[in-house]
Design a protein around this ligand. Structure first.
Ligand code: SF4
Ligand code: SF4
Length: 96
């Protein structure tokens, strides 16, 4: 493999690995400030940013209201906990 290369991942052909998960990451909309740090660090690339819903905006902090929130594809998330570790405001909690 070329140094620094990107391994292409065809999610449509990949097995749904979410069943392997022991702990599930949950995002608290009142804490998430939409910084995207977790998205960049997720080793499975199963996180992406999306617009906040009305209920989430109502719960959000002043900073968060204006920002997108992170969504997790639980069909593929393996529960490694990296996202919870790197979040600067501890908006992700790993739950059983
Ligand atoms: S627990 Fe791991 S695989 Fe799941 S969303 Fe977080 S960083 Fe990605
Ligand atoms: S790292 Fe934390 S604050 Fe930043 S987008 Fe992810 S959950 Fe939100």
């Amino acid at each position: 493999m070329e140094k620094g290369g990107i391994i292409k991942h065809d999610q449509a052909k990949a097995p749904k690995t979410g069943d392997w998960r022991y702990l599930k990451p949950e995002v608290d909309p009142s804490k998430c400030i939409g910084c995207t740090t977790c998205v960049l660090h997720c080793p499975e690339a199963v996180m992406e940013m999306r617009k906040r819903g009305k209920k989430e905006i109502a719960k959000s902090s002043e900073i968060g209201k204006e920002k997108e929130i992170v969504d997790i594809d639980y069909e593929y998330c393996k529960g490694c906990g990296v996202c919870a570790q790197v979040c600067p405001v501890k908006a992700i909690v790993m739950k059983k």
